[in-house]
Design a protein around this ligand. Structure first.
Ligand code: SF4
Ligand code: SF4
Length: 431
């Protein structure tokens, strides 16, 4: 389906007009874009996406499959934004343009069902998790976690991915509203889908490390998906009710600080919520989201600044660190996780080349564009291998998934772990 457009006076793209007009098409973003680095195609770089958005806005371009491809081949890694001499917020343009296309062309059936479920019926996700977990365990019950098993549901891209098993019970279902005594105060933990439904051990590690270090942890039960998968796929209107519920759940938790151990969740809470509400004219929630954003911290950022108890256990590991795009550029957090990791007993830290270059994970991007994501990841895996590290630490479940996919696929022994898992091991916390 395609549609020749009239100028879009009031569509989602109109809100990004100011950013679009800032771009003089200098082309410097070509040097930083991981997608352009692989494809070497002018249509796969930020200035082409902005030019397309401008043409759509002015009614000179067709909303069609080519436009969708151009806009979908972006990992939202923020590398262009961080290095743009004109200060263009490229991700805002890409998200607005995707929302525009979704409005005009609709989205695929699988995406609509799965992503719509994330937004509207996350009360059903515990049931789906249990069913998925039960089915998944049948043929692979004896395989170890990191054996490289492939999920076999015939959904786009999933059957080829290295994926961990779904949890039998969501993390939040097994947690009380507040954990720990909190002699150093109370924080609220925003868990995120992956650690809630898949990697519950990391969720337990986050809570264990925070309580071990003197913080009570509030777990607002009405929190859900951060909305990033919906926003990244252009489903802004579908995401809005979920975003509002998260804002209310976190502000209602009575904690001074909101902790995220997923870089994308943290970045969305800090920098996407308020502009999204502003773009749709919801002033009440734009104000609430801006207030919330001031109190959101990444786990490693928070603990490095608050200080941790001296861990007793020697890890005896050479470590390196992969900077998630939405941590290093999305939240400006770079030194803190390294500081924490270097302080752990028995850790030798080895910096990798291009540690802040995108791994290709990018949430649903690595499923919808698996081959491209794999090529981007190959360069990351080369850089990890060159450090000689046994473990690559990171601060994003999506990056962890993508890095482990690349490491297992290449037959390498290294594995990705989240900072919280390593801290828990050093503190002797059993998760
Ligand atoms: S997005 Fe920035 S770096 Fe890229 S062409 Fe436009 S002004 Fe230049
Ligand atoms: S956000 Fe990343 S992938 Fe997208 S255009 Fe910019 S540099 Fe390229």
């Amino acid at each position: 389906m395609s549609e020749r457009t009239a100028p879009l006076a009031a569509g989602p793209l109109a809100a990004a007009q100011q950013e679009i007009l800032k771009c003089p098409r200098c082309g410097q973003c070509r040097a930083y874009c991981p997608v352009f680095g692989e494809l070497r195609d002018e249509s796969s770089v930020a200035r082409a996406r902005i030019a397309l958005a401008k043409a759509l806005l002015e009614g000179r371009a067709t909303a069609d499959a080519d436009a969708r491809r151009c806009l979908s081949e972006c990992t939202l890694c923020l590398a262009c934004t961080a290095n743009c001499p004109s200060g263009v917020a490229v991700e805002q343009v890409v998200l607005a343009a995707r929302a525009e296309l979704a409005q005009r062309l609709g989205v695929g059936t699988v995406e609509r069902v799965v992503l719509g479920l994330l937004a509207k019926r996350d009360d059903l996700l515990p049931l789906l998790t249990f069913l998925g977990s039960s089915l998944q365990r049948l043929p692979f019950a004896k395989l170890p976690d990191d054996s490289g098993l492939r999920l076999r549901f015939p959904l786009g891209g999933l059957e080829r991915r290295v994926l961990p098993a779904l949890a039998r019970r969501p993390f939040l279902a097994g947690s009380g509203p507040v954990v720990g005594q909190g002699e150093r105060g109370t924080v609220a933990y925003f868990v995120g889908c992956f650690d809630n439904y898949v990697d519950v051990k990391t969720g337990r590690a986050v809570v264990g490390v925070l309580t071990h270090n003197g913080f009570a942890v509030a777990l607002p039960q009405d929190q859900g998906c951060c909305g990033m998968p919906l926003l990244a796929n252009g489903l802004r209107d579908t995401a809005l009710p979920r975003l509002r519920r998260n804002v209310d759940a976190l502000l209602g938790a009575g904690a001074g600080t909101m902790i995220a151990a997923c870089a994308s969740c943290g970045s969305a809470l800090r920098h996407l919520y308020a502009p999204t509400f502003t773009a749709v004219g919801d002033g009440e929630y734009a104000e609430k989201a801006a207030r919330l954003a001031e109190h959101v911290r990444d786990l490693a950022e928070f603990l490095a600044e608050a200080g941790i108890r001296r861990p007793e256990r020697e890890l005896g590991l050479r470590l390196t660190f992969h900077d998630p795009c939405h941590l290093v550029r999305g939240q400006g957090v770079k030194a803190q996780p390294r500081e924490l990791l270097r302080s752990l007993p028995g850790v030798e830290f080895s910096e990798m080349a291009e540690s802040d270059r995108c791994c290709g994970g990018a949430g649903t991007f690595s499923f919808s564009h698996y081959e491209l994501a794999r090529r981007i990841n190959d360069r990351k895996v080369d850089n990890i291998e060159a450090t000689g590290a046994a473990v690559v630490a990171t601060e994003c479940p999506g990056c962890k998934l993508q890095l482990n996919d690349g490491l297992v696929r290449r037959g390498l022994p290294q594995r990705a772990r989240q900072v919280a898992e390593l801290l828990a091991a050093a503190h002797g916390i059993d998760v």
